[in-house]
Design a protein. Structure first.
Length: 267
């Protein structure tokens, strides 16, 4: 394993341990509200602090973009860590066991290493550009499914901003009608990791943040899948909108989604 990925794994496991311990006594958890339907707990903060401590100790010259503490730019930094210490906070608060730690490392703007760690199942998803994607120690690949009517599709519902709710619902209706089913597990990083290992065949969501997607996107690419923005291009981290899938399913999803995209929802 590449040394940098190794540190990312160590950091993700430390955060996972904090999260797992806290999940045993949910009544103790103090919940703050950042904005409507956007919650933060002391556990998000403690998990992020544990990750940042390790990263700063080992790689003091690297830049960091982390959900709870924001961007820490280091002039001239070639590497950037993109961190969601607890993806799926709403699930976590409710004891709904679907959440993860997500860490990606970009080199000169290119996603290079990825870790998504699921503390509930002790599943560690990792990838390094050009070296494949793994679940624990096993190589993973996206599903071979090609027929849309047999595909299981993941998504995230709009719940904070409803600006694009009509377009979303029109897409939802068509995808529900034309596929084997749609799931909304509630932690985008894990949804993407599950796509990488073939548990779902496609995924789409609007309005995500880079830390929700960065690690999962590299996992999918290294597992032989495709990831894009709504224009079918590579700007998903910046636009917040993502479509992903096993190659044949991806193309069909994009074809359904694109006609519903208004100019304000173009990328
Ligand atoms: C959220 C989850 C969820 C997605 C939201 C994200 P958080 O992350 O990934 O699946 O639908 O848009 O904000 O806030 O729990 O880290
Ligand atoms: Ca998140
Ligand atoms: Ca989070």
């Amino acid at each position: 394993m590449h040394p940098m990925l190794n540190i990312a794994v160590k950091a993700a496991r430390r955060a996972g341990q904090i999260i797992a311990r806290a999940s045993l006594d949910l009544d103790q958890i103090k919940v703050g509200v950042k904005q409507k339907s956007d919650f933060v707990t002391g556990v998000d903060e403690a998990a992020e602090a544990a990750i940042l401590d390790l990263v700063r100790e080992v790689y003091p010259t690297h830049a960091i973009l982390a959900e709870e503490t924001g961007a820490n730019t280091v002039t001239g930094a070639e590497y950037q860590w993109i961190i969601d210490p607890l993806d799926g906070t709403t699930n976590f608060i409710h004891g709904f066991p679907q959440y993860a730690v997500s860490i990606a490392i970009a080199h000169k703007g290119v996603l290079t290493h990825a870790v998504v760690f699921d503390p509930n199942r002790n599943e560690l998803f990792t990838a390094t550009r050009g070296a494949g994607a793994y679940l624990n120690d096993k190589r993973i690949r996206v599903s071979k499914r090609a027929k849309l009517e047999e595909a299981l599709i993941g998504t995230g519902f709009p719940y904070r901003s409803f600006d694009h709710a009509d377009a979303y619902l029109a897409i939802f209706k068509e995808i529900t009608r034309r596929t084997a089913g749609v799931r909304r597990p509630g932690a985008a990083s894990l949804d993407l990791a599950w796509l990488a290992c073939g548990r779902i065949d496609g995924f789409w969501e609007f309005g995500l943040s880079p830390w929700d997607m960065a690690a999962g996107a590299l996992l999918i690419q290294e597992a032989g899948g495709l990831v894009s923005d709504l224009a079918g291009e590579g700007d998903y981290l910046a636009s917040g909108n993502i479509v992903a899938g096993a190659p044949k399913i991806f193309a069909q999803l994009l074809q359904i989604i694109q006609p519903h995209c208004t100019p304000s929802l173009a990328r």
